[in-house]
Write a protein that binds this ligand. Structure first.
Ligand SMILES: Cc1cc2nc3c(=O)[nH]c(=O)nc-3n(C[C@H](O)[C@H](O)[C@H](O)COP(=O)(O)OP(=O)(O)OC[C@H]3O[C@@H](n4cnc5c(N)ncnc54)[C@H](O)[C@@H]3O)c2cc1C
Length: 449
């Protein structure tokens, strides 16, 4: 299993500010379930799930509880992808604001989507409770902070629409009252949703892995799916799946590979843009300072496209993330991000000027071209992807809903069947050559809007 390891940085360069102890702070807090590396793959299963993150494991748990024979195929280890690397913010809403959603989908469908986004939080809480997952789940609420006056003015409009159309209350916080929410004076106001929650994502995904196994699913680590082919077996239609650990046959396939979607599922790969996101974590802070930075312990993010998101960890470190490099994680992007994020953190919180940064890591997000979650079937395979940085709750929910669909139910899922656009003119084969331009474009938008 992944453990704390060297980040690849020339740490001497940051000696004054950074005492990097390792990679991904969350992994230092979590014990992952062990799987048997020598166990052969079963010959035949009802459902093969590709990817052992929130999406895949949530689906595997639900399917196995319904009596299906399930194999989860993971190219690395349980939770290796974004699911163990994220900020642990369990957020209501979607990446796009409600006014934009209404203009894209109309009132009725947006109402169903928003309602589903509220249910996603209950879905995570219910699983954590039922499975007694040790992951510090807490309904601490989230705070969105406005980087410009016009962003703040938009909060009032959004809160009004959400209350009127979806019967859900958000609280707009004027700049003068913001110190009760955050120990930073750079923002123009904020908006609070008390329904959102926080958790330790590595603890959660490890617990989901245990829960899926307890329900009867088998998880195969280091089993990279290399090819899938339609194949009839004993009169049943299904899939021959070639993996790095051997071959198996499955009646159905569910793909939950998110930002790590590969050429094994080319049609899906062409619809997903992998985007890097990075996080630093400070040393443990004194209690009074931690309280000053975030008096209500919220999950916080700002109103920019190129946004910062941050929170306290349960042991009182400041965890500060952002799309510092835009490109997916590697030694170079992680190293560059550490310094960019430290500067960003000090802009928000000058009080942290002398705080040591002890961890830095990165992970890959999955964006669809319309920045929406999507689920359904493609080339005959089931899938759920496109969480755009809102995946802790939505991935868990989509895994569960899609498992119910595979089991033959017709669950309410407003994200199934919405148009799933590819790149304009089809100019994308899964290699995001345009990321540099996209990054510059979003920086430009943040400047002008
Ligand atoms: C740095 C960072 C911060 C984030 N912060 C937040 C946050 O605070 N709140 C929030 O809601 N969301 C956040 N997100 C997004 C969230 O983490 C993801 O949306 C979510 O984890 C997606 O889960 P998943 O199971 O779909 O994918 P993943 O967890 O990425 O899992 C996909 C798995 O598929 C495996 N895989 C890929 N191809 C194959 C193959 N061919 N064969 C076998 N296995 C394969 C990969 O190895 C990987 O383990 C963040 C993401 C990042 C990277």
């Amino acid at each position: 299993m992944l453990g704390p390891q060297d980040c690849g940085c020339d740490c001497a360069q940051y000696e004054m500010a950074m005492t990097l102890r390792g990679y991904n702070y969350w992994l230092t807090t979590t014990e992952f379930p062990k799987t048997d590396a020598t166990r052969p793959l079963p010959e035949r299963v009802d459902v093969a799930v590709i990817g052992a993150g929130f999406t895949g494991l949530s689906a595997a748990r639900t399917l196995a509880r319904r009596g299906a024979k399930v194999a989860v195929l993971e190219s690395e280890t349980i939770g290796w992808g974004a699911s163990s690397r994220n900020g642990g913010m369990v957020l209501t809403g979607m990446k796009l604001g409600v006014n934009q959603l209404i203009s894209m989908y109309g009132h009725e469908l947006t109402r169903r989507m928003y309602s589903a986004s509220l249910q996603t939080i209950d879905c995570v809480e219910q699983i954590v409770r039922e499975e007694a997952i040790d992951c510090d789940f807490s309904r601490c609420g989230h705070l969105e902070v406005a980087c410009k006056q016009k962003h703040f003015d938009d909060y009032a409009r959004q809160a009004e629409v959400i209350a009127r159309e979806f019967n859900h209350q958000l609280r707009v916080v004027q700049k003068d009252d913001l110190s009760a929410e955050i120990g930073s004076s750079i923002y123009f106001g904020g908006m609070v949703d008390e329904i959102s929650a926080g958790l330790n994502p590595a603890g959660y995904v490890a617990g989901l892995g245990r829960a899926a196994t307890k329900a009867g699913a088998e998880i195969f680590e280091h089993a990279r799916v290399e090819a899938l082919q339609r194949e009839l077996r004993q009169g049943d239609s299904g899939w021959k799946i070639v993996t790095s650990r051997g071959t198996l046959w499955a009646r159905e396939v569910f793909v939950g590979t998110s930002g790590y979607t590969s050429k094994a599922t080319p049609a899906l790969q062409k619809k997903i843009i992998p985007i890097g996101s990075f996080i630093i974590t400070t040393e443990v802070l004194p209690e009074a300072l931690a309280h000053e930075l975030s008096p209500r312990n919220r999950m916080i993010y700002d109103s920019k496209n190129y946004l910062y998101y941050y929170r306290l960890t349960p042991d009182r470190r400041m965890l500060f993330g952002g799309r510092a490099a835009f490109f997916p994680e590697n030694d170079q992007t992680i190293r560059r991000s550490a310094e960019i994020l430290r500067r960003g953190m000090i802009d928000v919180y000058p009080q942290l000027r002398d705080a040591k940064v002890e961890y830095v890591w990165g992970g890959t997000l999955d964006f669809a071209f319309d920045i929406m979650p999507h689920a359904g079937q493609i080339d005959g395979m089931y899938y759920a992807v496109g969480y755009a940085g809102h995946g802790v709750a939505m991935a868990t929910y989509q895994g569960q809903k899609m498992a119910e669909s595979i089991a033959g139910d017709k669950p309410e899922n407003p994200f199934v069947g919405i148009p799933f656009p590819g790149a304009p003119l089809g100019l994308y084969n899964g290699k995001p050559w345009f990321l540099l331009f996209a990054g510059a474009w979003y920086k430009f938008l943040d400047w002008v809007s």
